[in-house]
Design a protein around this ligand. Structure first.
Ligand SMILES: [Zn+2]
Length: 437
C-alpha cells in the first residue's frame, strides 16, 4: 500500500466514524470522542436489548469505569450465546457455530444481522482495495459451504471493487487445488496459512512455475517463516489479515511496511490484558487481546477475551497511517507447554523453525508430560524428497527450550515421518499442541 492508499483507507474508515462528513485524519480529541461515543452506544444497546448484559450489571458501567467491567470468557460465549442476542430471530441472517478441536461441551455461537454482514463486506473491501487492482483475478480457498460464509462475503466485497473472485472453499486435496491454480492463473490468492504454504511447496515439487502478484493469509496465527517461504516460492507480496469469526471476520490488515495489523478502530475497541490478573497492560506489552464490537446489531461483544496473545504497537507506522496497530498473533493463551520449569514452548516457535524445511507440508505435536515418561512426539508430513530425521532434529535443537529439555535427560524427543498424499491436505483447523496424559 502506498502512503496515499493507506491514508485513503483511513479516510474511508473514519468516514464511517464521522457519519460521512468531516473525515478525521488525526488522533485528536475529536477522534477519541467519536470512538468513546461508539463504545457508549454499543454498551447501551447491549444492556437495553440483551438479557445477558441486562442481568450482569453492565448498566453500572461507561467509558469512565470501562476497565472495571467484567470480561466475557469463551465459556460464557459457549453457554450464554442465546442470551447475548439483541434482536429477534427474524432479523438474524446468519449464525456461525464454532467448534474448537479438543474442547468439550457446547460450541460457541455468533449471530449476525444483514447489516452486520454488510459491515464485514466493507472491511473486506477496504482491505482488499489496498493491495489489489480492478480486473484482478482472485482465487479464494476459505470456508464456502453456507450462505454468508467468509468466502461469499469476501467475494461480494471484491466484486464491488471490480475484481474477479473465484471461490473454491477450504482446500481438501492438494492435487485438485494445484489443478485449479494452473487453470485459473490468479493474480491474487487468499487462503489459510498452512494450506497455502503446502500448496506452494507441492507446486514446487510438481515443477510448474507459479507467478502471483500477492497472497492474503488469514484465519490462524501466521509465522514469518510462512510469509518468507511463500514470497520466495511465488515471487509475490504476502499480506496477513487479522479477523476472527467473533468479530464478523473484521479486525485489521497489514500495510506495505508488513509490521503489524492496522486495526479497524471505528468498528472494534481492542484492549490487551494480563490473562492472569485480567488487568489492562500498557501499550507495547504482550498479553491477551480483548475485543469490544462497536457497531454490532445481532450479538454485540463487550470485553470478550479472544485467547490470542499479541500487543499494541505503540509507535506510529512508517506507512503514514494513523490507525493503531497490533503485532502478529504470537500464540494462544492456553497454547504454551512447559518442558522444564519456566521454559515455555509455543506452536509459533515450532512453526518458525520447522516450516522452512523444503518438503515439509505440515506437522503435528503431541506433548506427553507424564511423571514417569515425558515425551514430545513430532509427526512430520512431507511430499517429494524424503525428509531425514537429522534435518528435523537439527531444526528442533535450534529451539533452546527443546534442546535443554532433551539434554536434561528428562524428555524424549520422537520424530515420525509420514508422506502426505496429494489426495489430502493440511487441516484448516487452528493449530495447537495436543496434550496427552
Ligand atoms: Zn502501516
Amino acid at each position: 500500500m502506498t502512503k496515499t492508499q493507506s491514508i485513503a483507507s483511513d479516510i474511508r474508515l473514519n468516514n464511517c466514524l464521522s457519519n460521512n462528513d468531516n473525515p478525521i485524519l488525526e488522533r485528536d480529541e475529536r477522534f477519541y470522542a467519536h470512538l468513546d461515543a461508539l463504545r457508549e452506544k454499543q454498551l447501551h444497546y447491549a444492556v437495553q436489548r440483551s438479557t445477558y448484559y441486562a442481568a450482569s450489571g453492565y448498566h453500572q458501567f461507561s467509558t469512565v469505569n470501562w476497565q472495571d467491567m467484567p470480561l466475557i470468557s469463551q465459556e460464557v460465549l459457549r453457554n450464554q450465546h442465546l442470551q447475548m442476542v439483541c434482536t429477534s430471530s427474524s432479523n438474524i441472517d446468519r449464525i456461525v457455530t464454532l467448534m474448537s478441536s479438543g474442547t468439550t461441551g457446547d460450541p460457541k455461537r455468533v449471530y449476525f444481522t444483514r447489516s452486520d454482514q454488510s459491515d464485514t463486506i466493507q472491511y473486506f473491501k477496504v482491505g482488499m482495495d489496498s493491495f489489489t487492482a480492478p480486473g484482478d483475478k482472485v482465487v479464494i480457498w476459505l470456508p464456502n459451504s453456507r450462505p454468508g460464509s467468509i468466502s461469499e462475503l469476501l467475494s461480494e466485497a471484491l466484486k464491488l471493487g471490480g475484481k474477479q473472485p473465484k471461490c473454491y472453499g477450504v482446500m481438501n486435496h492438494l492435487s485438485s487445488a494445484y489443478k485449479q491454480l494452473i487453470e485459473e492463473k490468479p493474480d491474487v490468492i487468499v487462503g489459510i496459512p498452512i494450506q497455502t504454504l503446502a500448496l506452494a511447496k507441492y507446486a514446487e515439487v510438481m515443477g510448474t512455475p507459479i507467478r502471483v502478484k500477492s497472497v492474503l493469509l488469514s484465519t490462524d496465527a501466521i509465522s514469518d517463516t510462512v510469509v518468507k517461504t511463500l514470497e520466495k516460492l511465488w515471487h509475490c507480496k504476502v499480506y496477513r489479515y487479522f479477523g476472527m469469526t467473533e468479530m464478523g471476520y473484521g479486525g485489521g490488515i497489514e500495510c506495505e511496511v508488513h509490521n503489524g495489523y492496522h486495526l479497524y478502530e471505528s468498528d472494534f475497541y481492542i484492549e490487551i490484558i494480563n490473562p492472569e490478573t485480567g488487568q489492562v497492560v500498557p501499550d507495547g506489552t504482550w498479553g491477551e487481546m480483548v475485543i469490544t464490537t462497536l457497531r454490532r446489531h445481532g450479538m454485540p461483544l463487550i470485553r470478550y477475551c479472544t485467547g490470542d496473545v499479541t500487543r499494541i504497537i505503540p509507535e506510529k507506522c512508517s506507512c503514514g497511517s494513523n490507525l493503531k496497530r497490533i503485532d502478529r498473533i504470537h500464540h494462544r493463551v492456553k497454547d504454551p507447554i512447559e518442558l522444564l520449569p519456566n521454559q515455555l514452548l509455543t506452536r509459533s516457535e515450532l512453526d518458525d523453525h520447522l516450516l522452512a524445511l523444503p518438503s515439509l507440508l505440515d506437522y503435528s505435536v503431541q506433548y506427553i508430560p507424564n511423571e514417569k515418561e515425558k515425551r514430545l512426539i513430532i509427526t512430520i508430513y512431507y511430499f517429494g524428497d524424503t525428509i531425514h530425521q537429522e534435518n528435523v532434529l537439527e531444526r528442533l535443537h535450534q529451539i533452546k527450550q527443546v534442546y535443554d529439555a532433551v539434554r536434561s535427560g528428562q524428555w524424549t524427543l520422537e520424530i515420525i515421518l509420514e508422506e502426505m498424499l496429494p489426495s489430502s491436505c493440511p487441516s484448516p483447523m487452528k493449530r495447537t499442541i495436543r496434550t496427552s496424559k
